[in-house]
Design a protein around this ligand. Structure first.
Ligand SMILES: [Zn+2]
Length: 220
């Protein structure tokens, strides 16, 4: 079936109006450059902090965690630990008990970025926080570098449960005896085992391993 004249003109016009290959290529390169610049220009969003009653609100908490590409809970625990207070995440905002200066909150955020986001080898923020066994490791997507990160400070609420640390030398009084014949000390959620110790005996031990609420020791 033959096509009428007007049908030929329409596609011809469309071709002449579309951008040239060179123009498309230029546009594509511009887009690539923009992405590259964005990485170089990486800046930590400034925390929008204000006091509300007896609390301090970090308005753009979710945005900060998102920009840093970190788990909001991880960032929150760090902030709570550094501020030494309790708080909660609510509708993308972080709310801390107590009044804190804006500059102080922002300094803590900057410290978090230095410790848990920036690659110390190439300075790229393009990193991932991963667990390597029990050690948290920061891996860089840009240069492949990796380093262990510091254990975050325990917040006040956690200090109570963090009273035992591996390697610590302590004196304990054996309370009972396990089925295997080890001395047992129960303290809150913890059960400590001391080889060859009898109930009532006071012994010096070194904590060799903590597995959840179970504490293994060596006699000193
Ligand atoms: Zn790097």
């Amino acid at each position: 079936m033959p096509l009428g004249g007007p049908f030929y003109l329409w596609p011809a016009n469309l071709v002449s109006m579309s951008p040239s290959y060179e123009e498309l290529l230029k546009k594509a390169y511009e887009n690539i450059t923009e992405i590259g610049d964005a990485t170089k220009r990486f800046t930590v969003p400034e925390g929008k902090v204000f006091i509300e009653g007896k609390t301090t609100v970090l308005e753009n908490f979710a945005e900060i965690a998102d920009t840093l590409n970190r788990d909001p809970d991880h960032l929150m625990k760090y902030l709570l630990g550094e501020l030494g207070t309790a708080g909660k995440i609510e509708s993308g905002r972080a709310i801390f008990n107590g009044k804190f200066e804006k500059t102080y909150v922002n300094t803590i955020i900057k410290n978090y970025v230095a410790e848990y986001v920036m690659c110390s080898e190439c300075g790229s923020p393009d990193t991932q926080l991963r667990k390597d066994g029990r050690v948290a490791v920061l891996r860089c997507d840009a240069c492949g570098g990796h380093r262990p990160v510091k254990k975050r400070k325990a917040s006040r609420g956690e200090e109570k449960t963090a009273k035992y640390t591996e390697g610590a030398e302590i004196e304990v009084e054996i309370q009972s005896i396990s089925k295997r014949g080890d001395g047992v000390v129960k303290d809150g959620p913890y059960t400590m085992y001391v080889a060859g110790a009898k109930p009532g005996q006071k012994v010096k031990v070194r904590i060799s391993r903590i597995a959840g609420s179970i504490i293994f020791t060596e006699r000193l």
